[in-house]
Design a protein around this ligand. Structure first.
Ligand code: AMP
Ligand code: ZN
Ligand code: FE
Ligand code: FE
Length: 283
């Protein structure tokens, strides 16, 4: 049984529509797929409608969060919320605020780049994002189209880096608030790629998140080297957290193929057992 618990569609910054994502997953032999677009459940229905018989969809959202640090600093991080009630008013309002801030932030980044002479327009970015949650991958593709950079990766390493003068932060949700919102909506929380590049929260903060109701750590992720995976596996064991694995597939916006990393079937079962709502099975 092949389980991939973290993938993106055109509902955010992936390049496959939700229906295409299901088809790609099915062709890759995936039995259980989570759709986890950034800050939105907009792709769930189309993905569910496209499910082949017997294939299982775990509806999820990758929530943009921050962990508050002493001195007022904020470390950005991503929280995967699975099987939550998409009609929950409090969570819905918080996510709508993040999506709105992403638009303002992307427009501001376009303005800053244009002011510096880079040939990028908001119309171009807006056309690439469509109705989906806008993100830096859309800005990156606009820069590739305009010939400013050769690849999306180069865009992230250069003008779109968090250290770039064009970078603008977005209004993320405080992570303990986010855990509370997802749990109140009946969902299960997993900390996405806890050791991705850049500044990350320490083990003490992960323990505090576990105390607040975090259910798991995404131990196996394409951005984690073997040392990070070993460390996180140990930490998950110590804290009584589930250890998941996923591809974080983004279509052609990233090079990682779907199912490049997977979750053990028994871990998937334990995760589902913690949720108030059932998974969706293709009929
Ligand atoms: P944002 O949420 O708008 O700040 O953009 C971050 C998103 O860009 C995340 O979903 C990452 O998966 C994605 N991302 C980060 N680095 C890269 C990269 N080098 N190439 C493609 N996507 C990236
Ligand atoms: Zn993304
Ligand atoms: Fe992420
Ligand atoms: Fe992701």
């Amino acid at each position: 049984m092949s389980v991939d618990l973290h993938t993106h569609s055109t509902a955010s910054d992936g390049t496959d529509t939700p229906a295409e994502l299901i088809a790609v997953a099915h062709a890759a032999g995936i039995d259980v797929l989570a759709i986890t677009d950034h800050d939105t459940a907009a792709g769930w229905t189309a993905a569910a409608t496209a499910l082949p018989r017997g294939m299982i969809l775990v509806p999820g959202i990758e929530i943009s969060c921050y962990a508050p640090q002493s001195g007022g600093a904020r470390i950005p991080l991503h929280l995967l919320g699975y099987l939550l009630d998409p009609a929950d008013a409090a969570l819905g309002a918080a996510l709508a605020e993040v999506r709105a801030s992403r638009i303002g932030r992307a427009r501001l980044m376009v303005d800053r780049m244009r002011a510096d002479g880079l040939p990028i327009t908001w119309d171009q970015v807006h056309a690439l994002a469509g109705a989906g949650t806008v993100g830096r991958p859309h800005l990156a593709r606009a820069l590739v189209h305009s010939g400013v950079v050769g690849t999306v990766d180069e865009g992230f390493a250069g003008p779109l880096s968090s250290r770039s003068p064009y970078y603008v932060p977005k209004a993320d949700i405080e992570v303990f608030d986010a855990i509370g919102l997802v749990r109140a909506a009946g969902g299960v929380c997993v900390f996405a790629h806890p050791r991705r590049r850049g500044r990350t929260v320490d083990d003490g903060q992960i323990a505090a998140m576990a105390g607040a109701g975090l259910a798991g750590l995404e131990v196996d992720h394409p951005d984690h080297d073997p040392a990070a995976r070993a460390h996180l596996a140990r930490l998950a064991l110590d804290l009584g957290l589930l250890a998941t694995g996923s591809s974080d597939y983004h279509g052609t916006n990233k090079t990682t193929p779907i199912a490049a990393r997977t979750t053990a079937p028994e871990v998937y079962a334990a995760l589902v057992a913690q949720a108030a709502r059932p998974v969706i099975t293709g009929i």
